[in-house]
Design a binder for this molecule. Structure first.
Ligand code: GCO
Ligand code: MG
Length: 412
């Protein structure tokens, strides 16, 4: 079980992905996702220059010890680059352990706590008719829960709306929403919180009138509001019974959520850009959120996210793991194994990857009647086709950024 080889593979089938592949002396391989949207090569350098040399000759069976060693021995801890690198090692070691044991990773985590994972998809439309079509299309694909994002009159482009001229990959690939654009610089978008706050409740009213009270609806505020603005939105959306309101404030300031919480019963989800349990500690303990949005890929792996979710469970807070297209199929598989095993699973975000991505990453998960299952292949159940991956070299791509109407840079 000694690690013999560690390769960092960068490929850009429909978008950029960074994958760590560990090989043991007895020929077992494990994959880990290290993709950090828009900053991919920083993680590649961290892995290649500072982590891979430490792994060669190490015992692949020591998952917890390796995690603690990489986290503590760096001295400068945390941060998305470090934690994505540690996450990739952690996932790859769980993958290897599963293969060594002949078991899918969810079995190693305690076995299945449910038949499958309810997942939500991204419906969007600039105007209501387009949004309604998108919701119907998602229902036809089996989604039981749906995130709703719409355009705001007066704003040109806005987070979460599909087909806003994003030239991502093959035009025949229907991305639900892919915000990163290929190019040397980030695209500039515009933003006006007042217009957004005035527009959104009417959209949810229309959606409830059209689709009825039963379907779980979600919405992502993408860190754009102040605490008092978020409190108002949460209150205004109460009649439409959201499953959650996500990232209503930037939340580096955790106190912000206390203010939001005091004013609304709309459930809150946060944390896709958090990277350790410390980012969640106070907001879990003080019960300021309902769902943990951390991703296996950005929270330091299965080992670290499981601890965070076990802690959250003490407060009846559930998982809502981040699952956009910038989480690779390896990161998605890790999320599915973890979600299947824990007791406090809430919901899984699931955006489809493009056809080229599905050729590069051979996957074993199933999607049946709105439920995901990671499959029963030993390990994570994903293999990387190196020849396919080699066809798609890295291409510079950035997430957009925002300016207010007066030109001030705002949270995207
Ligand atoms: C989500 C997220 C994504 C992010 C993207 C950035 O809820 O799925 O907000 O859409 O914008 O992952 O890399
Ligand atoms: Mg989000």
């Amino acid at each position: 079980m000694l690690i013999d080889k560690a390769d960092v593979i960068v490929t850009s089938p429909d978008r950029n992905f960074v994958t760590l592949k560990l090989t043991t002396a007895d020929g077992l391989t494990g994959l880990g996702d290290a993709t950090l949207n828009g900053r991919e090569l920083a993680v590649v350098a961290y892995l290649r220059e500072h982590v891979v040399p430490l792994l060669i000759g190490a015992d692949a069976s020591r998952i917890e010890d390796t995690w603690q060693f990489l986290y503590r021995s760096a001295y400068w801890r945390r941060g998305p680059v470090t934690m994505a690198a540690i996450a990739a090692v952690d996932m790859a070691l769980w993958d290897i352990k599963g293969k060594a044991a002949g078991m899918p990773v969810y079995q190693l985590l305690g076995g299945a706590s449910r038949k499958g994972l309810m997942a939500y998809g991204h419906a969007s439309g600039k105007e209501l008719p387009e949004l309604f079509d998108s919701i119907r299309a998602h229902q036809e694909q089996g989604y039981k829960a749906i995130r709703v994002q719409t355009g705001v009159p007066t704003l040109k482009a806005i987070y979460g709306i599909a087909a806003q001229g994003a030239d991502v990959g093959d035009a025949s690939v229907r991305y639900d929403h892919e915000p990163a654009r290929r190019g040397a610089k980030p695209v500039e978008e515009d933003w006006d919180t007042r217009a957004y706050l005035n527009h959104l409740p009417g959209v949810f009213e229309a959606v409830r009138n059209e689709f009825g009270p039963d379907i779980p609806l979600l919405h992502d505020g993408h860190h754009r509001m102040t605490p008092i603005q978020a409190a108002r939105l949460g209150k205004d959306l109460e009649p439409y019974d959201l499953f959650w309101l996500e990232d209503c404030t930037p939340a580096e300031n955790q106190e912000a959520l206390r203010l939001v919480r005091q004013h609304t019963t709309t459930p809150l989800a946060i944390g896709e850009i958090f990277n350790t349990i410390w980012d969640f500690k106070d907001i879990i303990r003080d019960q300021l959120i309902d769902y943990v949005r951390g991703a296996v890929t950005h929270m330091g792996g299965i080992t670290a996210l499981k601890k965070t979710l076990d802690y959250a469970a003490m407060y009846q807070i559930k998982s809502g793991m981040h699952g956009p297209t910038d989480i690779s199929p390896v990161g998605m598989a890790a999320a599915m194994h973890l979600g299947l095993a824990i007791h406090n699973f809430g919901i899984q975000e699931y955006m489809r990857h493009g056809a080229k991505t599905d050729q590069v990453f051979e996957q074993s998960f199933t999607w049946t009647d709105g439920y995901l299952h990671p499959g029963d292949r030993p390990g994570l159940g994903v293999e990387l086709n190196v020849d396919e991956a080699g066809k798609y070299p890295y291409e510079q791509a950035y997430l957009p950024y925002n300016r207010l109407l007066d030109g001030t840079v705002h949270d995207w």
